[in-house]
Design a binder for this molecule. Structure first.
Ligand SMILES: Cc1ncc(COP(=O)(O)O)c(C=O)c1O
Length: 282
């Protein structure tokens, strides 16, 4: 974590960055966030993250004013510079603000805005080479998973259950269809075709997902955004998850059964390399 945190426009030492227990983010999870990867000192695809942040803010009913997001961006870029980090993640979190506890918020609320910069923590090479084990779990989340809110109890609880089962992650299944993992989007390979669940309200519309789809299209990889029945997972040739910090990570075991050969497959290897080059501007 950065030694400094941007809190409501001020650079504050992390241990002094405190907010009220009456903050509605703490009381009601009325709070949205973003995570932006920094490669070689440069924020990656910032504009896409800001587009999603603006959507999340609007859907959460949080108003930062006309230039609120722009101000947050320029201040967070200063925070990044002050951190001295080249390989990093920028974290934004915005809650609706502090008020006496009541479900109905008062008309006048001043949002609580924070930004943090931390060293990037991508998965190890070993993990990428081996792939990860996952379990499938029934998706107990709400119906607006496309809002990037900090209301992540179902996600953290699922991750805990996965860990207890000796796995790295869990895949959410809703009404017998694959959705996404606890913190990433899902891609499945059948034959030469890449599949990913459609960008509905039941998944987060991941920036990494978006880029992988563009890279697949640009490189002639057949790709379908369509429903994936959970019972077809065990017969998949490959499976991988995507996320800003995770990038692309192969899944080699689902519910104790090997995926395809049980090793990361060629489609993953190809797309991961294309993605890596894209992040490096190559
Ligand atoms: C539930 C969920 N799905 C998907 C993603 C991937 O989104 P992105 O690629 O924008 O990081 C995340 C990332 O935090 C997530 O939490």
């Amino acid at each position: 974590m950065s030694t400094e945190i941007l809190l409501n426009g001020r650079f504050v030492p992390a241990e002094e960055a405190t907010i009220s227990v009456l903050d509605r983010g703490f009381q009601f999870a009325e709070s949205v966030y973003e995570v932006i990867r920094v490669y070689r000192g440069r924020p990656f695809e910032m504009h896409r993250h800001l587009r999603r942040l603006r959507t999340s803010l609007e859907l959460a009913g949080i108003n930062l004013g006309a230039d609120g997001v722009d101000r947050l961006v320029s201040q967070s870029l200063e925070l990044l510079q002050r951190s001295g980090l080249q390989e990093a993640a920028i974290y934004f979190q915005i809650s609706s603000g502090t008020a006496p506890r009541s479900h109905l918020a008062p008309d006048e609320l001043s949002p609580t805005i924070i930004a943090m910069v931390s060293p990037a923590s991508p998965p190890s090479d070993e993990l990428r080479e081996q792939g990860i084990k996952v379990i499938t779990l029934s998706d107990g989340r709400w119906a607006q998973c496309y809002i990037k809110t900090t209301m992540l109890l179902p996600n953290t609880a699922a991750r805990q259950r996965a860990a207890e089962a000796g796995c790295r992650d869990a895949l959410f299944i809703r009404d017998d269809f694959l959705m996404e993992s606890t913190a990433g989007n899902s891609f499945v390979v059948f034959g030469d075709t890449l599949w990913t669940p459609p960008a509905s309200n039941y998944i987060l519309h991941g920036i990494t997902r978006e880029i992988v789809l563009e890279l697949a299209a640009a490189n002639g990889i057949p790709c379908i955004q369509g429903p994936i029945p959970a019972n077809r997972l065990y017969g998949a040739d490959e499976l991988f998850i995507t996320g800003t910090v995770t990038e692309l990570l192969p899944v080699t075991t689902v519910d104790g059964k090997p995926v395809g050969s049980g090793q990361p497959g060629p489609m993953y290897a190809r797309l991961h390399e294309l993605y890596r080059r894209y992040t490096q501007g190559e």
